[in-house]
Design a protein around this ligand. Structure first.
Ligand SMILES: [Zn+2]
Length: 277
């Protein structure tokens, strides 16, 4: 594993050894921020000696979540989404160690990795390498944000089924390449949407939000949201998994996406006609 490669403390994205350590391109973008003490770095070796582990536990039968513990950076929880030909690792986390690889191998390993957006690129290349160089699917519209591109497969267009029953959709919210993944057979056979924070599950877990920047509270453009909602229209899903533990919509999630878009449009004064499921 790339034990000594620099990992940004604020966003959790790993860089190559020869990176310019004065800057993190992800944090300097106006969707993120540089930590108040200036640009800081850690590494897998440092995280390991500080006692970090990968917390792995079952969300619902057959669906496992994993997160760096204690949390680092944005603190996201990735998902191991099962199906024919193997698990898709949805999003990624900064920490990885032999114990985590062993546990996930017991759960069937990782056949492919898919990313919602650059804030979760984290140590995705290390995760790929740990699982036979599994392909890492990143939408081409976000290629400029890659800090490491080993095993990355750039995909294009509006949707792509990367494994049976697991389809990426370029919703384009938050980032131009912002992606959600439809899990056809997910959760009681009703379908599920892995949404990262492209559609983010908010504190009232009957709703999602759509933001260009969460930490800096910059709203997403209504045309972008309308396009995204139309792209998920053809898919059935009862539940929706946000980017953190417990950020889950457990029923009528497809309706919640439409209802949330209507509420958002009403608040910003944009016409919400047609935004019905
Ligand atoms: Zn950063």
């Amino acid at each position: 594993m790339g034990d000594d490669l620099p990992i940004c403390v604020t966003c959790g994205v790993q860089y190559p050894l020869d990176a310019d350590r004065a800057h993190c391109i992800v944090c300097e973008d106006d969707r993120q921020y540089v930590g108040y003490d200036g640009q800081q770095w850690t590494s897998l070796a440092e995280l390991r000696s500080a006692g970090h582990t990968v917390d792995i536990h079952e969300e619902v039968p057959g669906l496992f979540g994993l997160a760096t513990s204690p949390a680092l950076g944005i603190g996201q929880r990735a998902l191991l989404v099962p199906g024919e030909v193997g698990n898709v690792l949805w999003d990624s986390i900064s920490y990885i160690d032999d114990a985590a690889v062993e546990r996930i191998t017991e759960l069937g390993g990782v056949s492919a990795i898919a990313l919602s957006h650059p804030h979760y690129y984290s140590s995705m290349v290390e995760w790929s390498r740990a699982f036979d160089d599994a392909p890492i699917y990143v939408h081409e519209r976000d290629a400029q944000w890659l800090t490491r591109d080993e095993n990355v497969v750039l995909w294009s267009g509006t949707s792509e089924e990367i494994a049976p029953g697991r389809t990426l959709i370029n919703a384009g919210v938050h980032f131009a390449g912002g992606t959600v993944m439809h899990w056809r057979d997910g959760v009681d056979g009703l379908g599920a949407l892995c949404a990262g924070d492209i559609f983010t599950v908010v504190a009232d877990r009957r709703w999602v939000g759509f933001m260009y920047s969460y930490p800096n509270l910059i709203p997403e453009h209504p045309d972008t949201i309308r396009r995204a909602v139309e792209l998920v229209r053809p898919y059935a899903f009862g539940s929706l998994y946000g980017a953190w533990w417990d950020r889950i919509i457990t029923h009528d999630a497809r309706d919640a996406v439409f209802r949330s878009a209507r509420r958002y449009f009403e608040h910003i004064g944009a016409p919400s006609n047609g935004l019905h499921p």
